[in-house]
Structures are given as C-alpha cells and as structure tokens.
Design a protein around this ligand. Structure first.
Ligand code: AMP
Length: 538
C-alpha cells in the first residue's frame, strides 16, 4: 500500500521559486569580475534566471542539452545554475584551471551546445577555437560596456540576452531523476570523469547540508562560498542557500587572503567554506590584521585534511571550524565533524584528536571500510580500509563510461580513500589508496605526517610522498614550504617530528621548496612530486 501523499517531484527550480517568495529581499552580494560590488536579492535573482531561461530556449537549446559554464562565483553564475537546470538543461561547470586540452576533451565528451564564460576565462575559450565542434554559442558573462574589443562577432553578451526577455518564464515540471548538472572530476589517472547529478540528488543534498549537524544554514547566516561553483557545485551551497534563505556573498575572482578578509569584514560574512590552501591565505591576512573578519563565526574546511594547527589557528581568533569530507562523486557531503555531547568535555588533546577527523556520516549517506577483498572491517578506530559509500546523492556511475569498477551492484561506490572509523562513527581519512606509504610491510599515513610537520611553527605547508627503497620497499619523503620569514633546518624538523610520530615513520629526507604544485581544485599534486622526487631504487 502506498502512502497518500503528493508525489511532487524534487526540482531545482522550486528552490529558487521558494527563495523568491519566502526570502524575497534577502541579499546576494557579488565581488564582480569587472570590479565593483554588485548587490541584489533572491527575488531579483529569480527574475533574471527566468529571463536567462527564456534566452537559452530562444538560442535553440532544448531539454537535456548540456550548457557549459566557465565562471567564478558571481550572481550571473548563480542565475545560470538555476536557469539551465530549472529549464531542463544540464549545467556543466568547467574548472578553468584544467589544462586547455582537458577542457577541450570534456566539452567534447559532454557535447556541450553552449558555453557561458566569464571575461577572465575568455582567452581560454578563444584559444580553443576550432577544437570545440559541439559548441554552437558562446555567451560572455558581462554587459555591453565590458565586452572586450576583438571578440568574435558571433559571441553573445549575457546582459543583452537578458534585456531582450520578459521575466515571466514558467518553470517546466518533469521527472525528479532528470539530469541537472555535470561536473568532471580530475581523478587520478586517465581522462576526467563526468559526475552527472540529478534534480532529486541535488535537492536532497541541499536539505542535508543545510542541517544543524552540517553547514547549519538559514536566513541569519551570511555565507561566503570560497569553494568555486566549478567544483562540485560550490559544495551544493547555492541550492541550500535558496531553500534556507541564506544571504550569499560571492567572492568572484578574488580568492587571495587579503581580498577575502576585506570582503568578509565589510560585508558581515558569518560563515565560509573552502579548501585548506585558501584558508592559509586567509589566516595570514588575519594574523596581519590581528583579528578575524568582524562577523566571522565558522569556516567549513574540506577537500583536503584540516590539520590541528589550522583548526587551532582559527579557534585562536574565535572562529569555529567544521571539518567535512566528500568528493565530486558524493555531491559532495559525506561526513561532517561535530563534537558529540560526550566529547565536548574532553581535554585539549583529545578534543583536537576528534576535530582533525573527517567526522560522522550525515543522514542519507551510508559508509563502510573494507579490506582488499571487499570484506567489511570493524569500526574500532584502528583497522583501516578503503571507504565505500552509498546513498541518494552518491554517484551510481560516470557519464558515458559504462564499465567502471568503482561502482558495485549493491550501490556502493569505492572512494579510493583509506580510513578508520571509531566506535562512535567518526571517520578519519588516513590517505588516498595511492598515497599510503608501505614501509617494511607496515603502513605510514602521509596525512598524519603532513599534519605533524605543519605543527612546526616554521613550516607553512607540507607534502609527504613514498620514495622507493630497496630495503623497506618505500620510505617517506617530506617536502615542505617554510613559513614566511622562517628558515627551518632539516634537523630541527626531524627532532620536532620525532615528538609526534613513531621513529620508523620519520622521513628519510626533508626537502624545502618555495611552493608545492597545486592541482585545479587547490590540492597538492602528489603525482607531480612523485615524478620529480620518487625515482626508482637502485
Ligand atoms: P574532489 O572530488 O576533487 O572533491 O576530491 C575528493 C577527494 O578529496 C576525496 O576523495 C579525498 O581524498 C579528499 N578529501 C576531501 N575532503 C577531505 C578531508 N576533509 N580530509 C582529507 N581528504 C579530503
């Protein structure tokens, strides 16, 4: 017997319609690509998304067509999110930091029919002229006055398109399982793989991240998503902001610590979300100012492990940290680290030992750790194995890539992350499967070593890789960036590490570099470091 409840589909357009009705005058602030600060409301956003949906239809784009965006976090990108998905198109967000050849590959693989591009990324699209055969339209996300000289005559101006349309579009109704957005993950090897989200997965994920145990959004929250809209839909924050009436402050292209500090400070930002590399910049700006941005209460840290040093630094300025874990394939939220009531009274070390964990699964996500044969391992905080997850916002396959061993028939997705899970359910990522170091038959966690290294006051960033070793198989190598003005020695670092890790974990060597190679999503590229430093033994 079925329940007698309305079967209304969960559709992305409804999140915006709700924001425009229930939170009409809530503000959305943008640091524009052109320079000035732009301000409007959720109601304005809805009207302009309606105009854009009409304009895209007039360009001949139809249900299911992929529309690419190459853009920063701005009000125009936000409108594009809702206009595309809301009208049945698929919003394909492209990471501009990818190699141009990879961009051409994914545009071709997705068969994007149109590209909406920010001014700063226009040269990338122009450089790919002739290599994007599926693309019929390029829309430059600016107004007529800022259209650069020399752009091809067929490139369209975003504001011209909108100005030509009334704002009375009726959002279509369709199956909630319809594809809504597409994001390629750079993955580890081979070509990027497409993760294809649905309206249903997106709306359910929005509910989940808005909850108190997760990002705790709402109309009293002023959220600055530093995490780009081209990376896992800015962790789903635009949709979750719409359903909760959260105030949004969009940083545009200015993601350096000083710019973030100023925008947060002047615009009353209470919460922000991003990867650790971004927070290093903000913390530097906070140290210079001797304070946190005026209203900042919490930062969400994800994408790479949050170290105790970083968490303590934020707390020292009165800013809470929420450590979270997820992947492009998981929409992304899988776990979030909140202290259970029992753990709030823990002493300092025990408290931080919890906070550096990636946390417990949010409702909707199931997880387990398994051994190489796929057998489930105990949740004792000691056994470590590959993390598998499943749930309504976890991918069930990659776009146009039918046979992938990462997905099994029971709906489990193999993450390639290795973790422990403690009896309270707190997951701690030990490593990526490929980054774990196997030395003398035992495992060394590169993340643990990196966290121990950055606990040294003179070290700003650290990466640990395994180097081949005849006797032990592999040994750890530490590659570090010194803190500003500091000049740490190899010996001092090793003495410091000896206080934090087992003797046999101590790196064979410490190499100081000016900077670590960062990938398109702000993570350290260990593949590059391995190419450079991990030569075969002998
Ligand atoms: P992406 O799909 O680019 O978002 O990358 C997902 C990967 O980032 C995960 O599989 C993890 O390896 C890593 N990751 C994400 N969040 C964390 C975290 N809090 N701690 C450690 N690694 C993380």
């Amino acid at each position: 017997m079925f329940g007698l409840m309305n079967d209304a589909p969960l559709l992305i357009a409804d999140t915006l319609v709700h924001a425009a009705r229930a939170h009409a005058d809530q503000e959305i602030v943008t640091q524009t690509v052109e320079g000035p600060i732009h301000r409007y409301t959720w109601s304005d956003c809805h009207h302009r998304a309606q105009q854009l949906a009409r304009a895209l239809a007039d360009l001949g784009l139809g249900f299911g067509d992929r529309v690419a965006t190459i853009a920063w976090n701005t009000h125009r990108h936000l409108e594009t999110y809702f206009a595309t998905s809301g009208s049945g198109l698929v919003c394909h967000t492209i990471n501009p930091r990818l190699h141009p050849e990879q961009v051409a590959y994914i545009v071709g693989h997705a068969e994007d029919r149109a590209i909406l591009v920010d001014l700063t990324m226009l040269p990338l699209v122009q450089a790919l002229a002739g290599k994007l055969p599926s693309v019929r339209h390029v829309v430059v996300m600016t107004d007529r006055a800022h259209m650069p000289d020399g752009v091809p005559a067929e490139f369209l101006c975003y504001e011209d398109l909108l100005a030509a349309q009334p704002a009375d579009y009726d959002w279509p109704r369709f199956d909630e399982r319809t594809a809504s957005s597409l994001c390629y993950t750079s993955g580890t090897t081979g070509n990027p793989k497409g993760v294809l989200y649905s309206h249903r997965s997106t709306v359910l994920h929005s509910f989940a991240i808005a909850l108190p145990g997760a990002f705790a959004l709402g109309e009293r929250v002023s959220l600055l998503p530093v995490v780009p809209m081209f990376h896992v839909n800015a962790w789903g924050t635009p949709y979750a902001a719409a359903i909760t009436g959260t105030r949004l402050v969009m940083p545009g292209p200015r993601l350096d610590g000083d710019s973030l500090f100023k925008l947060m400070d002047s615009d009353g930002v209470t919460k922000s979300a991003g990867v650790p590399t971004v927070w290093l910049g903000l913390l530097q700006a906070m140290k210079m100012a001797g304070r946190a941005p005026a209203a900042l209460e919490q930062v969400v840290i994800g994408g790479s492990a949050a170290s105790r040093t970083m968490i303590e630094a934020f707390e020292g300025f009165g800013v809470d940290v929420l450590h979270a874990w997820g992947m492009t394939e998981t929409s992304p939220l899988g776990t979030a680290c909140m202290l259970k009531p029992g753990r709030e009274a823990d002493d300092k070390d025990a408290r931080y030992a919890t906070l550096v964990k990636q946390g417990r699964t949010v409702f909707g996500v199931q997880s387990k750790i398994v051994d190489p044969d796929g057998a489930a391992l105990p949740h004792d905080g000691k056994a470590h194995g590959e993390v598998k997850v499943r749930g309504p916002w976890i991918a069930s396959g990659y776009y146009r890539q039918p046979d992938d061993s990462a997905f099994d028939a029971d709906g489990w997705f193999a993450t390639a992350d290795v973790a422990t899970i403690d009896p309270d359910g707190y997951m701690q990522i030990v490593d990526r499967t490929k980054d774990l170091i196997k030395s003398g038959g035992e495992w060394i966690s590169s993340i643990d070593l990196e966290n121990a290294a950055v606990a040294h006051a003179d070290i700003a960033q650290a990466a640990v890789i395994g180097i081949p070793d005849e006797r032990w198989g592999e040994r750890p190598l530490l590659i570090a960036v010194a803190a500003e003005g500091a000049d740490p020695t190899r010996e001092a670092v090793l003495v410091h590490l000896a206080d934090h890790v087992a003797k046999w974990w101590l790196p064979e060597e410490v190499i100081f570099v000016d900077q670590l190679p960062l990938g398109a999503t702000g993570k350290v590229q260990k593949t590059k470091l391995r190419e450079q430093y991990a030569r075969p033994a002998g």
